[in-house]
Design a protein around this ligand. Structure first.
Ligand SMILES: [Zn+2]
Length: 72
């Protein structure tokens, strides 16, 4: 993301590695309209960290494909 690029506020999905690897949906974010880069505020990131360290049950569980760029 460069400063000249256009950004907008929207709810985004993010992946985090706090207590465990998890996907979190509907996170308030600033998203770059050109490259799709997502910026989460410090407050929002802290809220996600607290959520993932809480006893909150996930709304669903998904399988994730793992790739190794060193094997390409
Ligand atoms: Zn960008």
């Amino acid at each position: 993301m460069k400063s000249i690029e256009k950004v907008r506020e929207q709810l985004a999905k993010g992946e985090f590695e706090f207590s465990h690897h998890a996907v979190v949906e509907h996170i308030p974010a600033i998203v770059c309209e050109q490259c799709g880069e997502k910026i989460f505020s410090r407050e929002v990131t802290e809220k996600v960290r607290e959520l993932l360290h809480s006893e909150q049950e996930p709304i669903r569980t998904v399988e994730v494909d793992v790739f190794d760029l060193a094997q390409v």
